[in-house]
Ligand binder design. Structure first.
Ligand code: DSN
Length: 431
């Protein structure tokens, strides 16, 4: 039978997406990244078809001996990379990692202190997301707009007066490390646990450009494996606390995952091995690029936040675009020029302005993976000025962006291998 029209149409849509986002855009979403060809090839293994509920060696299905080996490898490699004792790799996303940990540490009706959404907390930390779904009360930590960080003195007072079950740190707009040590000391004094969500900065921690919260006193850390850590989409939990680890392992299955999407595991292991060898060079360049990008944007006339603090210590930077029509308009115009960013709340925005906030958020991690250096980000800042400040036609700038992107098509910080020589089965990608 010939391919039906709907299938031809579907393949054409997939190819259009792959060409657009994979080859023609400057991707600056701070929570995304790309896998290497080797990791992509590992992602397409037969494991994508299989089930393996439970833990290695204690599965509820037969046929998992190699899955078990890979899953144990993932835990071992992360344990070494992060220098922590216990890894739980079965969370299929950062949100599932958070749900598991929050459920282990609290019951419905308990109270949690969390960073404010406007200051970058992830929705799963809040009453609007997973914490709310679990019936845990969300009370915001005080945020200091001058230091772009949690107000430590006010937070300490609040922890002592609320005596919460848990305190969450970490954010999706994560410019400067949160004060884990200071918060953990006081949290522990009142019997609270500290959960640090390092989804955004896992790759920087592995690359030794960001503090590991477990080494600073957090009880448990949650993460995702696809932001600055450039693996497949997935979640991770790590801790040095054996009792917590055992509770997490009991709760994640069967409460929050049944099967844990096994094809993630070999691709995550490949990426972890890449990060073992290239992670420091990669993280270093990501952070250098972020600082250079922020400086370039500021000199092009943009209001990049946190100027007096050096803009950022991570992969992320934030621009206040109120004077340019707001975050929604700016993000849309940039998209028309093939520059992909997201609109983002800034600390002074009310939560209801989430659909048209004051800011846009930019991350350097993906384009760094494609080989961009500081001088290349200066060029990106110029493209952005043309669109948002000079008011040039975005479709004209798009032509320049597509031309520019041709120089950055190959994923770096990986091993040079002939993928086809490794595979018994040819798995062509739709490109
Ligand atoms: N919502 C994602 C982000 O963009 O930061 C995190 O899951």
């Amino acid at each position: 039978m010939d391919m039906p029209g709907e299938l031809i149409n579907l393949i054409s849509i997939i190819r259009s997406h792959n060409r657009w986002r994979g080859l023609e855009c400057i991707n600056l979403i701070a929570s995304e990244n790309v896998m290497s060809p080797l990791a992509k090839s590992a992602y397409l293994s037969d494991m994508m078809h299989r089930y393996a509920e439970g833990r290695p060696g204690k599965r509820f299905y037969q046929g998992t001996k190699y899955v078990d080996e890979v899953e144990l490898m993932v835990s071992k490699i992360f344990s070494d990379l992060l220098n922590v004792k216990y890894i739980e790799p079965r969370a299929i996303s950062g949100t599932i990692a958070n749900a598991t940990v929050f459920r282990v540490l609290s019951n419905p009706g308990d109270r949690a202190l969390v960073a404010p959404v406007q200051a970058g907390a992830h929705v799963s930390h809040t009453k609007f997301g997973t914490l709310g779904a679990l019936g845990v009360e969300h009370i915001e930590l005080p945020f200091d707009k001058d230091s772009w960080n949690i107000d430590v003195d006010a937070a300490i007072k609040l922890i002592r007066s609320i005596r919460p079950k848990l305190v969450t740190l970490g954010a999706s707009v994560y410019l400067f490390p949160h004060p884990t040590k200071e918060i953990a000391e006081v949290a522990h004094e009142v019997g609270a646990y500290v959960v640090h969500d390092v989804a955004h900065v896992l790759g920087l921690i592995v690359g030794r450009r960001w503090p590991n919260p477990i080494h600073e006193g957090a009880d448990v850390a949650t993460a995702s494996t696809h932001k600055t850590f450039p693996g497949p989409q997935g979640g991770l939990i790590f801790t040095d606390n054996e009792m917590l680890y055992k509770s997490i392992a009991r709760v994640i299955f069967p409460w929050f995952v049944s099967n844990h999407h096994l094809h993630r595991l070999p691709a995550t292991a490949v990426t972890a091995i890449e990060m073992k060898y290239f992670g420091e060079a990669y993280a270093d360049q990501v952070v250098r690029n972020a600082r250079a990008f922020a400086e370039a944007l500021a000199s092009e006339g943009f209001k990049v936040v946190a100027e007096s603090l050096g803009y950022t210590k991570s992969h992320t930077l934030v621009i206040d675009v109120r004077n340019l029509g707001g975050g929604a308009k700016a993000a849309k115009l940039l998209e028309e020029a093939n520059i992909i960013v997201n609109k983002n709340l800034l600390p002074w925005d009310p939560p209801e302005s989430v659909r048209d906030p004051s800011g846009i958020r930019l991350g350097t991690q993906e384009m760094t993976r494609y080989g961009m250096l500081e001088s290349d980000f200066k060029e990106v800042a110029r493209f952005m000025r043309k669109v948002l400040i000079d008011g040039r036609d975005p479709s004209k700038v798009r032509e320049e962006v597509i031309e520019f992107r041709k120089r950055f098509l190959e994923v770096r910080y990986t091993f040079k291998v002939d993928i086809n020589s490794l595979s018994d089965i040819k798995l062509p990608l739709i490109y």
